[in-house]
Structures are given as C-alpha cells and as structure tokens.
Design a binder for this molecule. Structure first.
Ligand SMILES: Cc1cc2nc3c(=O)[nH]c(=O)nc-3n(C[C@H](O)[C@H](O)[C@H](O)COP(=O)(O)OP(=O)(O)OC[C@H]3O[C@@H](n4cnc5c(N)ncnc54)[C@H](O)[C@@H]3O)c2cc1C
Length: 150
C-alpha cells in the first residue's frame, strides 16, 4: 500500500467553506469568497502536507506549488481556482401554514394529502450550514418518532 501511494497516488485537500454566503446562488462565483478564507485554509493544508506525519508519503507539493507562500500568491491561487457547489435541498420545504411555498408542516405531513409524510432532505427550508447527510438522518429519526406518536 505504501509503495502504491509513493508511486501512483496524490494527496488532495479539498477546502470547503460550509457557511453559505448570504444570498449566494449558483450564479455567485467562488472568487467572491473573502480573501482570508481561502488563503488561511491553503496555508493550513500546506502545513499538514509539510508535517512529519506525512513524510513517508510526501514527494512534492503540486498546487499551488512550493514557490507560492506569500499572502498575495495564495490569494491569487484562490481567485483562480475557487468555485461553488450547492447541496440541493428544499424542493418540498417545511414551513408555517401561512407560507404558500411550504409543502409540509412541522409534523412532516403533506398539506392537502391524507396519510402522506415526507422525510428527507427535500423538507429542509434552507440549505444548512454544513453537509446534508446527518441532517437528513435526523429528519428520518424525527419522522419515525412522529409516526410512533413519541
Ligand atoms: C456525490 C455526492 C456526495 C455527497 N457527499 C456528502 C458528504 O460527504 N457528506 C454529507 O453529509 N452529505 C453528502 N452528500 C449529500 C447526501 O448524500 C444527501 O444529503 C442525502 O443522501 C440526502 O438523503 P435523502 O434521503 O434526502 O435522499 P437520497 O439519499 O438521495 O435518497 C433518496 C432515495 O429514494 C430512492 N428513490 C428515488 N425515486 C424513487 C422512486 N420513485 N421510488 C422509490 N425510491 C425512489 C433513491 O433510490 C434513493 O435511495 C453527497 C451527495 C452526493 C450526490
């Protein structure tokens, strides 16, 4: 395994800003991230990569590269390479009775349809500030409690 890592593999850090920017939509560019956000995280990745713990596997830094060490270098790299991605949630969002866009209420029942609940990421009224798998499991757990009357 170690031989395989040394000869064929790359170690990739994926730096993700989890808290969505207010009003951010797919049209917003990653270059609008605050400079410090990306720059600080790249530095952290470079520190990890240069640490003794990675010494047996480390060959050389590919990007941004060993010559990129100043704030300006790192900011330029972030501006060139940053992008956005979105967790698609909320096609069946939960909301108050008065919310005309809300499909389910707090009991996960679909309004206007007898005997139907929705229990998945689609009920999230907004993209959470993090990944969506754990919140989806939480929705499922809550649904089972509701169905069992707990
Ligand atoms: C590439 C990728 C990477 C991800 N990485 C992460 C991560 O690292 N961390 C994280 O927290 N989240 C991650 N997510 C998000 C996470 O997987 C989802 O938020 C989560 O799985 C949503 O759960 P869900 O139950 O709403 O939907 P799903 O998990 O999509 O479940 C829907 C289920 O319904 C089934 N289905 C669809 N139509 C029908 C039908 N007509 N009849 C019967 N069954 C049907 C599907 O087969 C599927 O099993 C990732 C998602 C993707 C796509």
């Amino acid at each position: 395994m170690r031989q395989l890592l040394l000869t064929d593999s790359k170690l990739i850090y994926s730096l993700v800003q989890l808290h969505p920017l207010r009003g951010a939509g797919p049209e917003r560019s990653g270059t609008e991230l605050p400079d410090e956000t990306g720059q600080g995280r790249i530095q952290l990745g470079q520190l990890f990569g240069a640490s003794d713990a990675f010494a047996p596997w480390r060959k050389s830094e590919v990007v941004p590269g060993p010559s990129a060490r100043t704030r300006d270098d790192l900011r330029a790299y972030v501006r060139q390479t940053a992008g956005t991605y979105h967790h698609q949630v909320g096609t069946c969002k939960m909301g108050a009775e008065s919310d005309v866009d809300a499909v389910v209420g707090a009991d996960l029942r679909v309004r206007g349809v007898e005997g139907l609940r929705v229990a998945d990421a689609s009920i999230m009224p907004a993209v959470p500030s993090g990944n969506t798998n754990a919140p989806s499991i939480m929705v499922g757990e809550r649904a089972s409690d509701l169905i069992l009357g707990r």
